[in-house]
Design a protein around this ligand. Structure first.
Ligand code: VGL
Ligand code: ZN
Length: 197
């Protein structure tokens, strides 16, 4: 068993003061740093959108947190966030980024959002993370980070479907919890065979 820690989107825009702030998003940073010592591999994901991204409400002259229909299905429209090269897209300044073996960016395709670290929201375009994990012999994953109900959730469900043994360590995650999204995410993860610890 080779076990990796995957730290999802611990970026300034998802922390208090950021464009899409998750309550308590910064509180988890010290314990995530400490957890890095317990794994063979440490991987960080970074939400990384071009300006004018199709997941931004401003791109559609729509209200933030409204839902639109994309060719690949319904899509929540977010405030502008994690724009490539911006301070908001940078990792939280206290996160031990130097400990990462790999940083995988996602959401760079202007037309498709990517909550999951494995597939874009069309559920078919891969990010390449699966191949990286398999070629390193990694079969077991612990996920932590932001946000529990979106990027952690989609990454965990995809990983379980791909056959990885997946745990989400919920005390090292924080949620957006919008319109019942946290309860739905927890049920979906459990159904996919993800262990919620
Ligand atoms: C996320 C919404 C939009 C996340 C990213 O990291 O959970 N949520 N982009
Ligand atoms: Zn995003």
């Amino acid at each position: 068993m080779t076990h990796a820690l995957i730290v999802i989107d611990v970026q300034n825009d998802f922390c208090p003061g950021g464009a899409l702030a998750v309550a308590g998003g910064d509180e988890i940073v010290p314990d995530i740093n400490a957890a890095m010592n317990d794994f063979t591999a440490v991987i960080l994901t970074q939400d990384w959108h071009p300006a004018g991204h199709s997941s931004f409400a401003s791109t559609h002259d729509a209200a933030p947190m409204s839902v639109t229909e994309m060719p690949y299905g319904p899509q929540v429209l977010w405030p502008d966030h994690c724009i490539q090269g911006s301070t908001g897209a940078q990792f939280h300044p206290n996160l031990h980024v130097d400990r990462a073996d790999l940083i995988i960016r996602k959401g760079y395709n202007p037309a498709i959002d990517s909550y999951s670290a494995f597939f874009e929201n069309d559920k078919t375009t891969p990010t390449g993370l699966e191949g990286y994990l398999r070629t390193r012999g990694i079969d077991t994953l612990t996920l932590v980070g932001l946000a529990t109900d979106f990027c952690v959730n989609y990454s965990a469900v995809d990983a379980a479907r791909l056959g990885f043994k997946v745990t989400v360590q919920t005390d090292l995650c924080r949620a957006i919890d919008f319109d019942g999204s946290l309860a739905a995410a927890k049920a979906g993860m459990a159904e996919a065979g993800v262990t919620l610890a």
